[in-house]
Design a protein around this ligand. Structure first.
Ligand SMILES: [Zn+2]
Length: 261
């Protein structure tokens, strides 16, 4: 780790202290910026922040998108999954009672589905990330505080435009980004550590109901013990699982274990 010339923060320090996903995006390498799995995971997690505000169709579309990340689909299966997700999201756009969601979460899912089909450059991902992260933050800061927002009989939460909330939402997205991408990790995952116990605990962590937002910390501690029993002595991997979290479905260690990266 080397300090910059004028004693400014190292890239690792910038990464740890970043308060928006946007700042973090520029700390990734070009290859990392174009990683479709990581980008999708981050964007799905952002959409999940607005879960209680999403119409049912959009929730279903998110589930389809997430499932298709985790399965090895053929080209034609992928095309069919994308098309299903788009149809679901489009239906959600018509049924939502929140006008801004017409242009945000449900719409974003359509973009996500589109994004699947094309190989993009890093600037495309930057635009997509900014759009999704900004729109979700906008919806949440204007219509509710977070995932467990109460809605009234009409289905509409109290409008509460709040710039501070917007910034807080971006800070939370930075936490998600940090759990999904880990550009400074040197951890190598040995195939022998993928014992049946390790795989089944990791899969169970990821398969929790989509509405459960953060991963269960005690379950990840059990996963770290199973990994250790399998011979894993990598302090970066074990330390991440035993750390305070929070962790999300796109957690970089789960991706390592389940072979996504
Ligand atoms: Zn994690």
């Amino acid at each position: 780790m080397t300090k910059g010339e004028r004693g400014e923060k190292t890239p690792e320090e910038e990464w740890e202290s970043a308060e928006t996903p946007d700042e973090m995006f520029f700390l990734l390498t070009s290859e990392q910026r174009c990683d479709p799995v990581k980008n999708r995971r981050f964007m799905v997690e952002c959409c999940r922040r607005a879960w209680n505000l999403l119409p049912e169709e959009s929730r279903e579309a998110l589930k389809i998108i997430e499932k298709s990340i985790d399965r090895n689909l053929t080209e034609s299966e992928l095309a069919s999954e994308y098309s299903n997700a788009q149809k679901m999201a489009a239906g959600g756009k018509n049924s939502t009672k929140l006008p801004s969601l017409n242009y945000s979460a449900a719409d974003v899912i359509c973009h996500l589905s589109d994004e699947y089909r094309h190989k993009h450059k890093d600037e495309d991902y930057l635009i997509l990330n900014r759009r999704i992260s900004g729109e979700i933050a906008d919806v949440l800061s204007n219509y509710g505080s977070a995932i467990n927002l109460d809605v009234d009989d009409s289905g509409l939460p109290a409008s509460n435009p709040n710039e501070e909330k917007y910034r807080d939402e971006l800070k939370l997205q930075a936490v998600i980004f940090r759990d999904v991408f880990n550009p400074f990790s040197k951890a190598e995952f040995e195939p022998g550590w993928r014992t049946p116990a390790v795989i089944s605990i990791a899969q169970a962590a990821r398969d929790e109901e989509l509405s459960n937002y953060e991963l269960d910390i005690p379950r990840l501690a059990i996963l770290s013990d199973a990994l250790e029993e399998a011979g894993c002595n990598n302090t970066e991997i074990l330390g991440h699982l035993r750390g305070p979290g929070p962790h999300y479905r796109g957690c970089w260690v789960l991706d390592l274990i389940l072979g996504k990266k």
